[in-house]
Design a protein around this ligand. Structure first.
Ligand code: FES
Length: 104
């Protein structure tokens, strides 16, 4: 299990336990995380699942080419830590991750 913490736009946090292969956008919707809408259903087209990655314990794969393109196109000033959380998948070697919801 991987511990996933979302910091919402009002600063409050939601922490959940996640199974392998789940992506963070699905977790956010299931747990009512404020500010994540996932308009494209997780197909890397909309950036309404924009987060910044604050902390990682373990391994986190970097963004793919398409994710980087969407971040560049859809987000005015992406952060160095910006990710689309539909593209962040829980894996065996990811122990914990903390993200903050950003404008999508
Ligand atoms: S849900 Fe649309 S890009 Fe992540």
């Amino acid at each position: 299990m991987t511990q996933v913490t979302f910091t919402q736009t009002d600063g409050t946090q939601i922490t959940v336990e996640a199974n392998n292969n789940e992506h963070l956008m699905k977790l956010a919707l299931e747990n009512g995380v404020e500010g994540i809408t996932g308009a494209c259903g997780g197909s890397c087209m909309c950036a309404t699942c924009h987060v910044s990655v604050d902390h990682v314990s373990g391994n986190l794969a970097g963004p793919g080419e398409m994710e980087e393109e969407i971040l560049d196109m859809e987000i005015d000033n992406p952060l160095a830590t910006s990710r689309l959380c539909c593209q962040i998948f829980v894996a065996n070697d990811l122990n914990a991750i903390k993200v903050t919801v950003q404008e999508g």
